[in-house]
Design a protein around this ligand. Structure first.
Ligand code: AMP
Length: 272
């Protein structure tokens, strides 16, 4: 992959990169399409990164559908699929970690200790291997986008980052590789997530309210369904991910829930 990247760069071709964990869906493909519009060489990585899974999380059963993923990439006109093994990405003796002590320990980082150290470490490795001019990420994983932005700025990386909108199904449910495990009933329950975000947005739009009122409105929708366990509902500053004191500027309303043993996240931007 490094050789391919070196040659493409030597020819002056612009490399666009979409890092994924595979089990590709329309959310991933929206990133691929945008990168293809902007770059001459498109690279998709497929790597289920063990470093970003905690003990007891779903690393072993995370869906692995490499040959279907490669077919989907070919159909979309992707130039290279980079699908390394865990041993190639983290050979015996490797120990360097990229840590974001503040941003990486809030929200998802609080629920999943070590998660963003795993994400940041592997994203940096992937960027070093693929050497892209541009890399695309989905707003679906909003905190991951903030982590990668922070990482790129702090370590002075020479890559342009694109953050693209969340792709949803016809009921508003954000597409996710984990959705395939939802039972029909849980899929219906999960539709409350986008409804909760919308309820929060409405309260924010009304104006003159406290941040807690936005959170309460979203929580109230989720609490309609006892089968849906709330991990967190938070309203944060879009850059720092710190809780906001007042409704102003660019904020994110973020939700994480559990349906049985499946954990889903979603978010919406609120700009006032
Ligand atoms: P993943 O394979 O889940 O690690 O996701 C790979 C990339 O696709 C990440 O940048 C995600 O944010 C993005 N992505 C995943 N689901 C969606 C979605 N529903 N809409 C837009 N982007 C997504």
């Amino acid at each position: 992959m490094k050789e391919v990247a070196r040659k493409a760069r030597a020819r002056g071709r612009k490399i666009g990169f979409v890092p994924t964990m595979g089990a590709l869906h329309e959310g991933h493909m929206s990133l691929v399409r945008r990168v293809k519009e902007l770059c001459e060489v498109t690279v998709v990585s497929i790597f289920v990164n063990p470093l970003q899974f905690g003990p007891g999380e779903d690393l072993e059963r995370y869906p692995r559908t490499l040959s279907a993923d490669v077919d989907a990439c070919i159909a979309e006109g992707v130039d290279y699929v980079f699908a390394p093994s865990a041993e190639e990405m983290e050979p015996a003796g490797a120990e360097t970690r990229v840590e974001l002590p503040a941003l990486g320990s809030r929200l998802e980082g609080r629920s999943r200790p070590g998660h963003f150290t795993g994400v940041a470490t592997v994203v940096l490795k992937l960027l070093n291997i693929v050497q892209p001019h541009m890399a695309a990420f989905g707003q679906k994983d909003a905190q991951q986008c903030a982590v990668v932005r922070r990482l790129a700025a702090d370590l002075m990386l020479d890559v342009e980052l694109l953050v693209l909108p969340i792709v949803r199904d016809e009921h508003g449910l954000a597409l996710s590789s984990r959705n395939r495990w939802l039972t029909e009933q849980d899929r219906e329950r999960a539709r409350l997530i986008p409804r909760a975000l919308e309820a929060g947005r409405e309260v924010a739009r009304d104006g003159g309210r406290q941040p807690q009122a936005v959170i309460d409105a979203a929580r109230a929708v989720l609490e309609e369904e006892p089968g849906l366990e709330i991990d967190y509902v938070e309203l944060v500053d879009a850059e720092s991910f710190e809780s906001v004191e007042q409704l102003a500027g660019e904020m994110l309303l973020l939700v994480a829930v559990r349906l049985g043993d499946i954990r889903l996240i979603d978010n919406t931007v609120i700009r006032l």
